[in-house]
Design a protein around this ligand. Structure first.
Ligand code: NYM
Length: 210
């Protein structure tokens, strides 16, 4: 039996990730596929609660320490991810290690240092990067109240995402989707890009940057 596909959706804040994941999820359900949505940070765990307090500015945490907590928050989900994939369930994941590097590096932490704690995580079969300019993102009702949700920071993060893509390694499939267009157009592009994965993937799950 083919294993489930591991699909990650990345992008700036307000790029439409949550809406698009929900749409793809509904599409897969309508096709009778086994599919689960996950998201990082997962704010429900003990580590996730510390991250949540940090993002809401209720706690101050050193930049290095919070970076490691974001990574630890992924590692604590690895057994669940592998189990779902082995059972043949497709995973749609809202943010992953790529956000981790892009956001921390944009604060000035060394790029390679940022990458190290995530080396060896399950590698996605595809990363869909929803690309939107910070200006368009801002027009979409403005950013929220959390840390990082400012146009200046988002500009730097977008640049870091390009570096993250370029360090992806040979096997990583990274598709850029122009997310500055109407929701339905973006939805169609995402469906077309991921269609070949809907029936699962042959072969073992690879490890990120390992
Ligand atoms: N974020 C997210 C990071 O800084 N590092 C990470 O590893 C991850 C996964 O958290 N602005 C940032 C990006 C977002 C914020 O994400 C919360 P969301 O998708 O709004 O819950």
């Amino acid at each position: 039996m083919a294993r489930g596909a591991f699909i990650v959706i990345e992008g700036l804040d307000r790029s439409g990730k949550t809406t698009q994941i929900a749409a793809l999820y509904e599409h897969l359900i309508s096709l009778g596929k086994k599919v689960e949505q996950i998201k990082f940070p997962d704010r429900t765990t003990a580590i996730g609660k510390m991250i949540d307090a940090y993002l809401k500015s209720q706690a101050d945490i050193d930049d290095h320490a919070i970076h490691l907590l974001f990574s630890a928050n992924r590692w604590e989900s690895v057994s669940k991810i592998l189990k779902l994939l082995e059972e043949g369930t497709t995973i749609l994941c809202d943010r992953y290690a790529f956000s981790g590097i892009a956001f921390s590096a944009s604060k000035g932490l060394p790029f390679d240092w940022c990458k190290t704690p995530d080396v060896g995580l399950p590698e996605p079969d595809m990363v869909l990067f929803l690309d939107v300019s910070p200006e368009v993102a801002q027009e979409r009702g403005g950013y929220g109240e959390e840390r990082y949700e400012k146009e200046e920071m988002q500009k730097r993060v977008r640049e870091e995402f390009v570096r993250v893509r370029d360090c992806g390694g040979r096997s990583l499939r990274w598709e850029v989707v122009n997310a500055g267009r109407a929701k339905d157009q973006v939805e169609l592009d995402i469906r077309n890009a991921t269609q070949a994965l809907f029936n699962g993937v042959e072969g073992p799950i690879r490890r990120l940057w390992a």
